[in-house]
Each structure stands twice: as structure tokens, then as C-alpha cells.
Design a protein around this ligand. Structure first.
Ligand code: SF4
Length: 512
């Protein structure tokens, strides 16, 4: 703690953290009011057109497309296919009786020496964490990657309370420095190039930083080491929480979660209600399944299993372990067809497989905390009053690739259709729009109709001037605002692509 003054603050020269750097990067940034969502985390307007052209979307698209190619998303080896069946069953076992499993988990975490807090809303979760921080005189918190804390805007809240928060997952560290949102559940900085990162680090260091991966990693490691040593509180997410033992499992590749959960004297783990699993033994199925779907690893580099705070005679671990269990509208989905979404293990595979999200990026264009097809189903359900008017369920081609890719077999296309139908029942589309959709459906019922409309669209694309949508008159004007009309590919491109996919799958099957 030598970097702190006597009154607990740090001198500018002593501060090494990401936040200290960000202050230099954004000298004009207004202070955030307590509890306010900072500007970069506020919902964005629908910016589909921008998302297709801005520079953040392109690298994301290219990388996700490359990952998709590499991994043959949606094809499962026999071993993983077996795990997939088991994993899908395990994830649904808790849902009919979620409270029972949460009570069992609570009892066991407390028996292990931890303290459990239930939070119905993001405000309650933030208040609990703030109170823990205040009671322990926390000035600096280090965090490992956690979507639940993204969901409750925890960083902004703690920062507004004068508590410095530093992300320690490399991708999260980069997006925190850039003052942005994560673009993908598993790869938060997927949209950044090496040079982008080198520039960010260079601004932080006040000197040029090489774009070599080793140098970038070494730079972050050196900076973060000082923060790990100085932090009073560690904040983490939870990948799975075993009800029968009270074990909290974290699956990571960088080792930062081990530092966050063992070095500071207070550890706060934040999980959402559905992360509970029945048995410790289920980790043997779910961890390999998650690793295979998320990063195509057989198992991640680190699996951190936490069974309470440090006990007498132990050499590391926090003095206090707090588990915050957040609901935020999830239990309202229980017993409805949408409860399937609670089986998700946050692998991000559906985002990689989705042709829409692969093109426009993750949470950036659609302003959702959870990107990708699963985000389109989950995000509208969150909050005290689900956002029934959300556009998200409509932003999908319903091609079904996300279902093929999902390691726990969540029928995302069905869920999207349910949400669309519910929306249509509440707010029927205008008669003209309905007539248009009907005509389209009728035309595409036959191959001839399909070919004729596509040929017409290609011709229109060649003849119509650029930006024609922006000038659409009448009732279509509102719909067209913010949309682009990309040129249609030449005929047969999809069929050729599809044939290549089929051939590649056949090859894989033959090889075993
Ligand atoms: S819905 Fe399935 S594929 Fe998508 S993140 Fe969740 S578990 Fe992964």
C-alpha cells in the first residue's frame, strides 16, 4: 500500500492504474454524477448504417468470420456432442426449482465462511457492493471479467463514489482505456487492431509502445502488477456456482482472476441467478464444453475454484468473500418459453456464427450489454419492466446458425420468433407493411418467385442512386432512416458458399 498517501489518496505520479491513464487520455471528460450511467454506456440510437461502415465494425467482422471458418462452428466432434447433450440437461435441471438450488448454494457458501447477498435489481447490487467497499475503506478495486457487473454498470457507479476500478482482463483493460464497451462476450477488444492497442498504451505511457503482442502483454502486465498489489478489493464474475458444495468456478486464460480473487483482502463475486448448477461434479462437463465453444480449447489455462475466504494457516486468499446474486428480471422468465435463455453459459459462440452480428459487431451497434443472438433474447427480458418494444429480436436473419452453434442447445431462433410475435400482438404493424410482408412471403414460396425478386433487387441496386433509402418518401421514411442498401451479391454466391460448408463438414465427419 506504499502508493497511498496517509489520507488514502494517491499522488498523480504514484498512480499507475488504467483510470489514471484514462484521465490523461480524456482530459475533458465531465465528472459523472453519482449513480449516473456514463455517456459511453448509455443506450445508443439504432445505428445500423454506421455499424456497417465504422472502423470498429470491420475488424470485428473479419475476426469473427475467420474464427467461424477455423472452428467450423456448429460441427461437434463425437466427444463434444456427448458433452453437449449432458451440458444441455444440466443447465435445465435447476430452472424448475431455481430457488431451492439458490438456497442450497447460499447455505454452503455461508458454511464455507462467505457472505451471500441477494439483489433483485442493479441498484440493489450496486448498493451492496458500495456498502462493502465503504465498510472496508476501499480506494482501489481490481476486477476480472464479468458480464454481470457490465449489466449493472458497476464501474461507473464505483468511480462516481470515488473508488477507482481497474479491469485486469487484457481485453477489458483495453476497452476501459479506450472508454468503450466490450464488443464480444468472450473477446471484449476483438474490434481493436494491434496498432489501436499500441496507440492506447502509448498515450498512457506518454511514449511509443511497440505493437508486438509480447510487448503489449508485457506493458499491461507491468502496469497491472502495481494495481494488484495496491488493491483493497477484488471483484469477479462467476461462471458456475455449485449448489452442493458452495464452490464458485471461474474459467479464464490469463491468470488475472486468480490474482483478483486471492490478492486483495476483500473479494466480491457477482453472479446472476441462473449461474447455479446442481453439483460440483457437473463442472467436469460444463467447463470443457464452455472452453470448446468459446475458444476451441479442450480446457482453459486457469480454472479457479473458490471455497470461501482464507482460513487459518492458509497463505493466500481474501479475508472476506461476498457473493452477490443478481436477478434483474430473470426469474420472471421462469415458466415461460423464454426461460430457455437462462441455460446460456456465455460462450459467445452464437455471436461468431450469426451472419448479422458478425457483420455489425457485438454490443456496439445495438447498444446491448450482451451482444449476439443471445443478447437479442436476453436483453429485452432484463430489468424490472422488460423492454417489450426492443428492436433486438427483429435484427436477425433467423437462419438458425446460432442454434447449431450453441453448446447447450438453446433454440434461439424460436425464442426470437416468440418475441416478434408477442410484439406484433401488442403493436400490430401498419396495414401497408403487413401487405408488403405478405406479398414477399407469397413470392418466396416458390423458387421462381425467389429468383425473380432477387434479380429485380440486383437490377434496382445497379440502377438506383447511392443513398436512395435516405430519401424515401412517405411512411417508409422512418423505417429507412439509419439503414443502408448494400449491393446484392451476384447470383449463386450463397449456394457456392453453402456447398463449400457442406463439403467441409463431410470432410470433418470422414476424418472422424
Ligand atoms: S446462447 Fe448458447 S452459443 Fe450463445 S452465448 Fe449462450 S451458450 Fe453460447
Amino acid at each position: 500500500m506504499s502508493e497511498h498517501r496517509r489520507d488514502g489518496t494517491r499522488t498523480a505520479g504514484q498512480r499507475s492504474s488504467a483510470l489514471a491513464g484514462r484521465e490523461r487520455l480524456h482530459p475533458d471528460r465531465p465528472e459523472w454524477a453519482a449513480g449516473d450511467i456514463p455517456p459511453h454506456r448509455r443506450p445508443l440510437p439504432l445505428i445500423t448504417r454506421d455499424a456497417l461502415t465504422v472502423r470498429t465494425a470491420r475488424p470485428t467482422h473479419d475476426r469473427l468470420a475467420a474464427l467461424n471458418e477455423e472452428r467450423h462452428v456448429g460441427t461437434w466432434t463425437p466427444e463434444v456432442a456427448r458433452l453437449r447433450e449432458q451440458g444441455a440437461a444440466i443447465r435445465r435441471e435447476t430452472l424448475p426449482d431455481l430457488e431451492k438450488y439458490l438456497a442450497q448454494l447460499t447455505g454452503n457458501v455461508e458454511r464455507n465462511g462467505g457472505v451471500v447477498h441477494r439483489a433483485a435489481t442493479p441498484a440493489e447490487a450496486r448498493a451492496v457492493i458500495e456498502r462493502i467497499a465503504r465498510e472496508n475503506g476501499v480506494r482501489l478495486a481490481v476486477k476480472s471479467k464479468s458480464m454481470a457487473t457490465e449489466e449493472i454498470h458497476l464501474n461507473a457507479h464505483l468511480t462516481a463514489q470515488g473508488i477507482e476500478v481497474v479491469e485486469t482482463d487484457l481485453g477489458e483493460y483495453i476497452v476501459q482505456l479506450a472508454d468503450e464497451r466490450p464488443s464480444h462476450i468472450v473477446g471484449p477488444a476483438l474490434h481493436k487492431s494491434r496498432q489501436d492497442v499500441a496507440d492506447l498504451f502509448g498515450q498512457l505511457a506518454g511514449d511509443e509502445v511497440s505493437g508486438e503482442p509480447e510487448d503489449l502483454a508485457s506493458f499491461a502486465r507491468t502496469r497491472l502488477r502495481a494495481d494488484f498489489k495496491a488493491a483493497d478489493m477484488g471483484i469477479s464474475g462467476v461462471n458456475f456456482a455449485a449448489a452442493d458444495t458452495g464452490t464458485l468456478a471461474l474459467v479464464t486464460n490469463e491468470g488475472n482472476a486468480d490474482m483478483v480473487t486471492s490478492q486483495p483482502r476483500v473479494h466480491v463475486a457477482v453472479m446472476t441467478v441462473e449461474k447455479v448448477i446442481p453439483r460440483f461434479a457437473d463442472l467436469g462437463v460444463l467447463i470443457p464444453l464452455l472452453c470448446d465453444a468459446a475458444t476451441k480449447q479442450r480446457v482453459s489455462v486457469y480454472q479457479t475454484l473458490l471455497n470461501g475466504p482464507r482460513r487459518e494457516g492458509e497463505t493466500d486468499g481474501p479475508e472476506q468473500l461476498h457473493l452477490v446474486i443478481l436477478d434483474n428480471g430473470r426469474t420472471k422468465a421462469l415458466g415461460t418459453p423464454q426461460e430457455e435463455v437462462l441455460a446460456c453459459i456465455r460462450c459467445g459462440n452464437c455471436q461468431i456464427s450469426c451472419p448479422v452480428y458478425r457483420t455489425v459487431g457485438g454490443g456496439h451497434p445495438y447498444s446491448a450489454v450482451y451482444g449476439g443472438p443471445i443478447g437479442a433474447v436476453l436483453s429485452p427480458l432484463l430489468g424490472e419492466r422488460p423492454n417489450q418494444d426492443s428492436d433486438l429480436p427483429f435484427l436477425s436473419s433467423l437462419c438458425g446458425a446460432c442454434y447449431d452453434a450453441c453448446p447447450v442447445k438453446i433454440p434461439i431462433p424460436d425464442l426470437l420468433v416468440n418475441l416478434r410475435a408477442a410484439h406484433e400482438r401488442r403493436q400490430p404493424a401498419a396495414r401497408t407493411a403487413r401487405a408488403g410482408w405478405r406479398a414477399w412471403a407469397l413470392a418466396w414460396r416458390t423458387e421462381t418467385g425467389f429468383r425473380a425478386t432477387m434479380a429485380g433487387a440486383r437490377l434496382a441496386g445497379r440502377l438506383l442512386p447511392d443513398g436512395v433509402l435516405a430519401r424515401l418518401p412517405g411512411p417508409g421514411r422512418g423505417w429507412a432512416r439509419g439503414r443502408a442498401l448494400p449491393p446484392l451479391r451476384e447470383a449463386g454466391a450463397f449456394r457456392r458458399w453453402f456447398r463449400r460448408q457442406e463439403e467441409s463438414r463431410d470432410r470433418d465427419r470422414r476424418q472422424g
